[in-house]
Design a protein around this ligand. Structure first.
Ligand code: BGC
Length: 377
């Protein structure tokens, strides 16, 4: 699903140089507008100003999705487009999202931006979009096993995982109160979200060597992504799994750290440990949700990730503008995100790790979070 052809310094430097130079090696234009490997196959067509742009978002499993809907509606209207923003409901989510995308195609949307509920189950709809001449942009989550996805715009989710893994190690050193070995547990996201494996693989790249050398001990023995998964990204599922691990494995032992893929799950894991009457471990997170930023400032949750939704939406709308005018679409990575059929030209933004120590700096451009941080300083 995701290929790291050039993972490491060379790839990152190359991507950085391209980004700095504003280089783009791909062109837009809907079906047939791009080809694998970065060359142009036909002149981009452009489309009328004021066209309808579809935005299909998944169910609201974290605050970032709620915010994205509002920012897309406002930002697209401001840029002169007609915005058709839809959320998949919490039940029958996949089928409902498929219907929503199909309706956008029928309604003549020129670009369809998709935050997939299940990135493996949208090939029929994105194919239909292409046949109707629309461009498909995968937003935050990759759409898999189809060549009918033109672009991917996201924070570098593999890097998110690496940052989480490193934060867990740093937090243990700072807070565990004893030298290694440390008892840790691992959580991953929902198996139907392509990002879940990307986050987990990034984190395990950092953590696996420390498990191998005995610095970290996964006391439950549950290290496989199938065992660590959290269906639907639901807090209650993470809490239930943590409850059961504590009961089966920890007795009078202490859990020193937990890899959590996002803030919603981090808070559920912390609740589980607190209810068991044990000391709160070092717990990672992601999304900079308000309750987690407060928890970090209170010294409870250890870390989160700032993936500023405003920047991601802004970049997506910029791409729509470029497509409308028939201009080159900016991408800064054409190598990393393989969806099983093609390497999808991507615009990747840089995620930032946030702990109590750097929160003020990390949220310097996020006024509502900066406000919270200041209340604790
Ligand atoms: C997003 C995360 C989010 C998770 C659950 C993922 O695809 O990248 O930011 O925490 O979905 O909503």
């Amino acid at each position: 699903m995701k290929k790291r052809i050039l993972l490491g310094a060379t790839a990152l430097v190359a991507a950085g140089v391209m980004a700095l130079a504003g280089c783009s090696s791909e062109r837009g234009g809907g079906s047939g507008g791009t080809s694998e490997g970065g060359s142009e196959t036909s002149a981009p067509a452009g489309f009328e100003a004021g066209a309808t742009i579809g935005v299909a978002l998944p169910d609201k499993t974290s605050e970032n999705w709620v915010l994205a809907g509002k920012l897309f509606t406002d930002g697209l209207e401001e840029a002169g487009f007609k915005a058709d923003v839809q959320y998949a409901p919490a039940s029958n989510t996949v089928a409902e999202q498929q219907n929503q995308i199909q309706a956008m195609v029928t309604g003549g949307a020129k670009v369809i931006i998709i935050g997939a509920k299940d990135g493996k189950q949208l090939s029929t709809q994105v194919q239909a979009a292409h046949e109707a001449g629309a461009t498909v942009i995968a937003y935050d989550r990759l759409i898999e096993n189809t060549d009918a996805v033109d672009y991917y715009v996201a924070f570098d989710n593999f890097k998110v995982g690496q940052l989480q893994g490193q934060a867990l190690l740093d937090g243990l050193e700072a807070r565990a109160g004893h030298p290694a070995p440390y008892n840790v547990e691992l959580f991953s996201g929902s198996p139907d979200d392509a990002n879940s494996a990307v986050f987990f693989d990034g984190a395990m790249e950092v953590l696996q060597p420390k498990i191998d050398d005995g610095t970290l001990v996964v006391a439950s023995g549950q290290t496989d992504i199938k065992q660590t998964a959290t269906d639907g990204w639901k807090a209650e599922n993470a809490q239930r799994r943590m409850d059961s691990i504590l009961t089966s494995t920890y007795g009078d032992k202490t859990v020193d750290g937990v890899l959590s893929p996002n803030d919603t799950l981090a808070r559920a894991i912390i609740t589980s440990v607190q209810q068991a009457g044990k000391p709160v471990p070092v717990v990672t997170g992601q999304d900079s949700e308000v309750e987690s930023v407060k928890s970090i400032m209170e010294g409870i949750q250890y870390s989160t990730i700032n993936k500023d939704t405003a920047l991601l939406v802004e970049q997506s709308i910029k791409m729509v503008g470029q497509l409308q005018k028939g201009e080159k679409v900016d991408v800064n990575d054409t190598e990393q995100y393989d969806n099983g059929v093609k390497v999808v030209p991507s615009y990747l933004l840089d995620p930032v790790i946030v702990t109590k120590e750097n929160a003020a700096e990390a949220y310097a451009n996020v006024p509502n979070l900066l406000e919270i941080v200041k209340q604790y300083q």
